[in-house]
Write a protein that binds this ligand. Structure first.
Ligand code: ZN
Length: 441
């Protein structure tokens, strides 16, 4: 698989543009992020009012922050939000307090393992305030009086999420989800935002069999808002994928849907093994990203997840160590390519019925022998024999590709040739009506 340098650089540039923004599950940082995505693709921004009930949850007050700092006993600023937006516990309530070091320490957080990194902390549903700083700095604070100021606002407002839609030939849908709520964290947020944005642009370039929606939403509460607002349309969702953590050097990792038996699971298993043999496949667990909501038993959507590292699976996770240095253009490009290949397979994975099932049909008299598209005649013929023998209306092309150990592209192209030669029809297509229509002409 050739990773295009241009695509990788473009993805890295967009991840870099988004990195400094102080995002949260609500507020102007999230909105600014969605607007920047909206400059590249048609994106509808939805605003859900604070207080709205979503299943067992409620949309919290909107949080915005203008600045925050701690001044030491000598009057000098020791921590400034302007230096790094991880310095403030996300969703800190406003405060302006003078306090001794011992009291202040109750509001200070350092990374458990790395003394140089600033940890990422949030307090969405419990009113609190706090600062995060490197352990080295925390341990060197002198005794004395400190002044802590958080200039934030917690007000009735909205939760924002963005939705890209592409109408395909069918109303059946494929949904892609990426979370958009993390502040300056590169792999755990801006990588997924960049790849999802580029995928939307690519999807819109060609007519598609399925309709697509790509949702850019805050984790948990954002996906719940989307589910609530789209509950009646969920029956149309045929496949889904949560994407994120796509820019680091770890191998691709696919996490299965809740039961592991969705078509996307079979597609991912085949396609990702084909393009990267070191791909890791992990079973579902009720921890992670938006699959927690999408796959919950009340929705049970056929949704898998694609990442490189997994959540909590790398040292820099949820700390200032997850910076742009962790991303590479090559990893981003290969992740993008993997998503594209998955979507290509989703589009092409049909079930067929053999229309000449009694014995083998004669391929030669239909001109189906011979090299096409660089394949040797033997492998093309073999792919056709596999497709004919398995096409009973139940086996999908991915099933056939897996069973035959032939590439998906070879199996798909064989099926398309056989369908053109009227030896196959797509399963589920109303044969009678088509025949009647032909008769009527
Ligand atoms: Zn995260």
């Amino acid at each position: 698989m050739a990773a295009s340098g241009n695509v990788g650089q473009e993805l890295l540039a967009f991840a870099t543009e988004l990195y400094p923004i102080c995002r949260s599950i609500t507020g102007n940082g999230l909105r600014d992020t969605l607007r920047r995505i909206g400059r590249r693709i048609p994106l509808k921004i939805h605003e859900v009012p604070s207080g709205t009930r979503v299943f067992d949850w409620r949309v919290p007050l909107e949080w915005n922050i203008d600045g925050a700092s701690i001044r030491g006993p000598d009057g000098r600023t020791v921590i400034d939000f302007r230096d790094h937006n991880l310095h403030v516990v996300n969703y800190s309530e406003p405060v302006d307090a003078q306090l001794d070091l011992d009291e202040l320490r109750k509001h200070l957080h350092a990374h458990a393992k790395n003394p140089e990194w600033i940890p990422y902390r949030t307090s969405y549903y419990t009113r609190n305030w706090g600062f995060c700083l490197p352990r080295l700095q925390l341990d060197s604070l002198p005794r004395g009086r400190y002044r802590a100021v958080v200039s934030s606002r917690l007000e009735a407002g909205f939760l924002s999420y963005g939705e890209f839609r592409h109408r395909g030939a069918s109303r059946d849908e494929v949904i892609l989800f990426t979370h958009a709520c993390h502040p300056s964290l590169a792999n755990d947020n801006t990588s997924g935002l960049a790849v999802a944005t580029r995928l939307a642009g690519w999807l819109a370039e060609s007519p598609r069999r399925f309709s697509y929606r790509i949702v850019f939403a805050p984790g948990t509460i954002g996906s719940l808002c989307w589910l609530k607002r789209n509950e009646r349309a969920l029956a149309r969702v045929r496949h889904g994928l949560v994407i994120g953590l796509l820019g680091d050097s770890a191998p691709l990792t696919y996490k299965a849907s809740r039961l592991g038996t969705a078509e996307i699971d079979a597609i991912a298993k085949h396609v990702l093994t084909e393009i990267a043999q070191d791909t890791r496949f992990i079973p579902f667990e009720p921890y992670g990203y938006d699959e927690r909501q999408l796959c919950s038993p009340g929705f049970d959507l056929p949704v898998g997840r694609l990442t490189r590292s997994v959540n909590d699976g790398y040292a820099q996770y949820h700390s200032s160590g997850d910076d742009l240095g962790l991303l590479s253009a090559e990893a981003l490009a290969r992740s993008f390519e993997a998503c594209r290949r998955l979507i290509d397979a989703i589009e092409g994975n049909r079930r067929y019925v053999n229309l000449s099932p009694k014995g083998e049909p004669r391929l030669g008299k239909r001109g189906l022998y011979g090299a096409v598209g660089g394949q040797s005649p033997a492998s093309r013929e073999l792919a056709m024999l596999w497709v004919l023998s398995q096409s009973d209306g139940n086996q999908s092309l991915i099933d056939i590709a897996s069973k035959s150990k032939l590439g998906f592209a070879a199996v798909r192209s064989a099926a398309e040739d056989l369908a053109k030669a009227k030896l196959l029809r797509v399963a589920g297509e109303p044969r009678g009506r088509r025949a009647a229509r032909r008769k009527g002409k």
